[in-house]
Structure formats: structure tokens, C-alpha cells
Design a protein around this ligand. Structure first.
Ligand code: GUN
Ligand code: ZN
Length: 430
């Protein structure tokens, strides 16, 4: 048995701070501690209480640094890591110009392994302990990602991205091969170690109705798996969906009529939703994911964080690498704050950190397992230095309370703010 005590300023949550008063949901202890036994959190309490109850534990003391649950990125594309920050296009042009040529390379197992490893390492360096990724149509790309995550002990969600139209030949499968390959991959990876499989139609424009139906059938046969896709990101995309599916009531209906709307569905972006789509997402208990740096970078629009939360829709936060422009969930929180401001609501630092941890975990149906600083969760932990650069330090020096001390790091922080990361109880930076 390995017993560890991690000491510092602990930040943990109960409740739903996007809906209820954040003051009732966020709990800060400036002399706190986390007891970790065999990779799991056993207790979060006063440092002094834990120290006297567990004199045999190995102590790591971070002083005044802030200890949070590790960040959970609820939607990203690891195959786009090497082409992040590609200039000048909106969604459909961006996919055709930059994304599809890059994704075409992932039939090469060595290249897939290199980028999968690089992505996991970049995530950890930025304080992200769990990733939810689209792969490419190539089964090798899925194997590479789950392998890279397993090597690092990370809990991940991923799946083979299926496309059988409106993509280059090198990136097209068929309804049958999408079904067969996804089935084989979910049997290989779902529930293995810390892996979760997500059946992954890219989005309705790149799947025929037959392919959507085949993947809907696969999901019905494997209801324990997640299903991830994109929904209502840009106006041109939505108009294209209307042309491709003339009888559909709306974009979500293209998924719904093919068995791809459900509680374990995770829908990325969800910016320009119709009232019926919001009603249905809320009724079925589906999850949505806010990708704010992507939404400004690709020019998509302003996600309604508080409006969707008020409808009881679980909302995760994500980088959407490489449509998103940063690997950092701190930068992603900053972008969520900025989009909130453009919609007339200032999200509180407690709400932003909650979205990047508990909110993402809830969207992935992993509440209490990841993204949670509390007993029973995996010891996936991020330690923040709240004065990591001269610019942040001088602002931090005049902070009036703990939230005022944290907010400059959310707005201006990057990987330099990550003092340390623990994954399943294993210290990463030592
Ligand atoms: N919609 C379909 N595919 C993608 C993708 O790779 N990135 C983003 N941002 N949106 C998409
Ligand atoms: Zn995406």
C-alpha cells in the first residue's frame, strides 16, 4: 500500500455552481490536504487532521499552491495536434484545407503513436489529466491513442472517427466497415484499464444516413459506450445539413432519427441550437461541450453556458485541439469567461474551474471518478502556482481573496502555472 499526503490550498466542489450559488458549491481550505492511497483519493480535509491520523504517509507539501482535481478536456482531436493554429479558414474550408490532409497520415502506426504520445505529454504539462479525443478513420489511430494514454495511466475517452462521404478517398470508410471496425475497437478498448470507448460519427455532413443508422445500431447493442459527435457549430454547416437531410426537423434530428441521440451522447459545440434541439437534449439528459477557443478561432459563435445549464443540460469544457488554439485548459477557461462576457454574464472563477473538472466529468458520465477532489475519485490532481510569471505575480500580490488570487492565473496562465500533476496517485513532475 502506498499512502501519500498532498498538502496545499485545496479546492473542491459539491453541487452545481452553474445553477446554484457558487458560494455554496466551492470549498477552499488554505491549510488543506489530500490523502491518497493506492492511486485513489481517500479523504480531503485539514492538513493537520490528516497528518495526525496518518503519520505513516509520505508528505508532499506545496505550501500555498492550489490543489485542484486534474483538468478534464471533454472534446479534442489528437490527430490535429501538429496542425493547431492554422490560419484563415472557417469550419468547412478549415477541415478540407488543413484537417483532412493531416488526418490522412494516421494509417501510419508510427506517426499515430508519435502524435498520440506528444498529445498526452502536452496535456499533462498543461495540467490536463483526462482527454476525450476523436481519432481518425484508421483503427491504428485508435490503438495508438489508447496505448499512449495507458502508458501514462490517463483516463481517456476516444473512438474511431467515421466518415463515408464529403471527405477525401483516403479518409472514407463505409457504413459496414465503420460498424465492423468500431465494434472491434470497442471490444478491444472499452473498459480496459482507464479507457472508455465512444462511438464517433464525425458529424452529419460526413456520414450518409446508412452510416449514421449503422452506428446507431452499434450504440443500441453497446449502450454502455459513449457516443460523441459535433452539433450546430457554424451557420454554413447547419445550412449544409439542411440540404443533405431535407426531411430532418433540425440538425439534432439527423442524429435522433438514426439512433444517435441519448443520455450517453456528447455533442460538441452546440452554439446555434433551435428550441426543439435544446428541449430534446434536456429531455434525454445528453451532454454538450463548450469549446471556446475553437469557437472564436474558427469564427463559430457564442455558446450559451448559463442558458443551457439552466435547462439541466450537462456541460463540459474542452480545447477542441486543433480547431481550438491552445492545449491549456486555463486558456480555455479564459476564453469561456470572455464568451460569457460577450453574452452579458461574467462567469466566476469557481464556475470556470468547475467546468474544467466536475462539469467535463459529468458530461462524460464520470462524476465522482475523475475531475473530482474527493473521496473515491482517482487521484488525478493538478497543482497550480498562482504567481507563475512576473505579470501574474504582480497582480496576484494585490489579491483581496482566494478567488482574486486565482483569477489572474485563469486569465493569463499557461503551462508555467502548472506546479505539478498527479495521475492515479503518481507524481508527474517530481
Ligand atoms: N466538425 C466536424 N469535424 C470537426 C473538427 O475536426 N473540428 C471542429 N471544430 N469541428 C468539426
Ligand atoms: Zn471537434
Amino acid at each position: 500500500m502506498t499512502k501519500q499526503l498532498i498538502l496545499g490550498t485545496t479546492l473542491r466542489f459539491t453541487g452545481l455552481p452553474l445553477v446554484d450559488a457558487w458560494e455554496d458549491c466551492a470549498h477552499v481550505n488554505t491549510a488543506g490536504g489530500v490523502l491518497v492511497v493506492d492511486g485513489q483519493i481517500m479523504a480531503v480535509d485539514d492538513a493537520s487532521t490528516l497528518k495526525s491520523a496518518h503519520p505513516d504517509a509520505k508528505v508532499t507539501d506545496y505550501g500555498t499552491d492550489m490543489i485542484t482535481a486534474g483538468f478534464v478536456d471533454a472534446h479534442m482531436h489528437y490527430p490535429q495536434t501538429a496542425m493547431i493554429a492554422s490560419w484563415g479558414k472557417q469550419l468547412i474550408d478549415w477541415l478540407n484545407t488543413y484537417t483532412f490532409p493531416e488526418e490522412s497520415q494516421f494509417g501510419d502506426a508510427d506517426y499515430a503513436a508519435e502524435i498520440a504520445g506528444r498529445t498526452c505529454d502536452l496535456a499533462i504539462a498543461h495540467g490536463t489529466t483526462s482527454l476525450t479525443s476523436f481519432c481518425t478513420i484508421h483503427p491504428t489511430s485508435v490503438d495508438a491513442f489508447f496505448d499512449a494514454a495507458a502508458t501514462r495511466g490517463m483516463a481517456v475517452v476516444a473512438g474511431k472517427t467515421c466518415m463515408d462521404r464529403n471527405a477525401p478517398d483516403t479518409l472514407r470508410d463505409t457504413p459496414q466497415s465503420a460498424y465492423d471496425e468500431s465494434k472491434a475497437l470497442l471490444e478491444k478498448w472499452h473498459g480496459v484499464g482507464r479507457g472508455t470507448y465512444a462511438i464517433t460519427p464525425r458529424f452529419s455532413p460526413t456520414s450518409t444516413p446508412d452510416q449514421l443508422a449503422a452506428l446507431g445500431a452499434l450504440w443500441a447493442e453497446n449502450p454502455d459506450c459513449l457516443m460523441q459527435t459535433h452539433l450546430s457549430e457554424q451557420h454554413d454547416e447547419i445550412a449544409w445539413v439542411r440540404d443533405l437531410f431535407p426531411t430532418a426537423r433540425d440538425y439534432l434530428d439527423t442524429y435522433e432519427t438514426h439512433g444517435l441521440l441519448g443520455k450517453k451522447g456528447i455533442y460538441g459545440h452546440c452554439i446555434h441550437l433551435e428550441p426543439r434541439e435544446i428541449d430534446r437534449l434536456s429531455e434525454v439528459g445528453a451532454g454538450v461541450v463548450h469549446c471556446p477557443t475553437s469557437n472564436t478561432f474558427i469564427g463559430s459563435g457564442l455558446f450559451d453556458t448559463l442558458g443551457l445549464a439552466a435547462r439541466g443540460i450537462r456541460t463540459g469544457l474542452a480545447t477542441d485541439t486543433g480547431g481550438g488554439s491552445s492545449f491549456s485548459m486555463l486558456r480555455t477557461m479564459a476564453a469561456a469567461y470572455e464568451i460569457g462576457q460577450l453574452r452579458g454574464s461574467a462567469l466566476h472563477p469557481a464556475q470556470l474551474i468547475w467546468m474544467a473538472t466536475e462539469g467535463s466529468a459529468a458530461a462524460l458520465h464520470k462524476s465522482g471518478e475523475i475531475g473530482h477532489l474527493g473521496a473515491g475519485a482517482a487521484a488525478d490532481i493538478t497543482v497550480l502556482n498562482l504567481a507563475s510569471t512576473p505579470a501574474i505575480a504582480q497582480r496576484h500580490a494585490r489579491a483581496t481573496d482566494v478567488w482574486d488570487a486565482l483569477f489572474p492565473t485563469i486569465m493569463m496562465g499557461d503551462d508555467r502555472a502548472i506546479r505539478d500533476v498527479w495521475i492515479a496517485g503518481v507524481r508527474q513532475q517530481g
